[in-house]
Design a binder for this molecule. Structure first.
Ligand code: HEC
Length: 305
């Protein structure tokens, strides 16, 4: 096949170095972004690791409590011992009164545990040296504010579209992925990026949309990883991977798909697969029945003894 572009493997080494440098840097950037997500949103429900609850709390908020309380049970948990956190929460629940603030020692706790980070020099996080700021945080937790969503939305749309611009441009020189799939891989991140931003706003309105946040984020990551890996492999490991390695089988398979005879064979394989899944699910349901009718009661009786 004659192509109208220079395939990745045939680019000059300086260009390959440039492409690789860019890919590696954004790859590391992506990693840090994930770590950041894990430590802020991931801790929203107080447990490490990302869950649907985390996303609901971050955007919709946890409407059964105050921001201060959610944070003290979430990402700020490590910053003060149990008793002091409890005292702060109690004070917030009792109406966050200024007199109580001074008399009950809340001010001291905040000064010793929180203001080293939350002070006037810190940007982006509330300045807890001001009582009014702290008082604001004792209102109902409604998740992300419209102001913060607007800010993060435009930063993400501008920033991330640039990242995918260049990754897509590099990947567009790939030759092992068929054109149709290339178009999908290059276009998908933009669709998912929009879906991602939209899903934040939707989740702010209704917690049901937290699933869309996860779906969009996963889709974006999947296309990122796919383009990244294929580009690097084609530039530096074309021969070992695509000529004499695993990729060769893939390419042969890809080309063989085009013949009619193979189309029929493919259809048959799909039929067999469906049959297999069907059988497996029947076996699984029988096994489940046996488990709940015999094995589980047996285990229970063992445990009682
Ligand atoms: C080590 C630095 C550090 C310390 C100590 C610290 N915080 Fe934070 N705090 C942060 C950072 C960074 C954020 C933003 C990321 C986040 O929300 O998890 C934050 C966010 C918050 C928020 C959410 C603000 C918002 O507008 O969403 C609250 C409330 C909060 N902290 C309260 C406290 C309290 C109360 C203490 C003291 C017990 C405390 N923090 C101690 C660094 C700190």
């Amino acid at each position: 096949m004659t192509s109208k572009y220079t395939p990745l493997k045939d680019h000059d080494t300086p260009i390959k170095v440039l492409f690789t440098g860019y890919l590696c840097t954004v790859g590391v950037g992506y990693m840090f972004a994930l770590i950041q997500i894990l430590f802020t949103h991931g801790m929203a429900d107080g447990k490490f690791g990302l869950s649907v609850d985390d996303i609901v709390y971050s955007y919709y908020g946890n409407r059964s409590g105050t921001v201060l309380e959610q944070k003290l049970n979430g990402s700020m948990k490590e910053n003060a011992p149990e008793q002091e956190r409890f005292d702060i929460m109690q004070w917030a629940r009792d109406g966050a009164d200024l007199d109580d603030y001074k008399d009950n020692g809340i001010e001291k706790i905040i000064e010793s545990r929180c203001v080293m980070c939350h002070n006037s020099a810190a940007s982006g996080i509330p300045d807890l040296t001001k009582f009014e700021t702290l008082k604001e945080l004792t209102k109902q937790d409604e998740g992300a504010t419209f102001a913060s969503l607007t800010r993060v939305s435009h930063i993400h749309l501008f920033g991330i579209s640039f990242i995918f611009m260049f990754i897509g441009l590099i990947f567009s020189f790939a030759e092992t992925t068929p054109v149709k799939f290339k178009c999908i891989a290059i276009g998908m991140p933009y669709a998912f990026l929009m879906a991602d931003i939209l899903s934040w706003w939707l989740t702010k309105i209704h917690p049901m949309f937290a699933w869309l946040v996860i779906l969009a984020g996963t889709g974006m990551a999947a296309s990122f990883i796919y383009m990244w890996v294929i580009s690097i492999l084609e530039m530096w490991l074309f021969k070992p991977v695509f000529v004499s390695g695993l990729g060769m089988h893939y390419l042969q398979w890809r080309d063989s798909l085009k013949s009619e005879k193979n189309k029929a064979r493919l259809d048959r394989t799909v039929d067999i697969l469906i049959e297999l899944i069907d059988t497996l699910s029947r076996v699984a349901s029988v096994a489940k029945e046996k488990w709940s009718s015999t094995v589980w009661p047996f285990l229970q009786s063992l445990r009682k003894k």
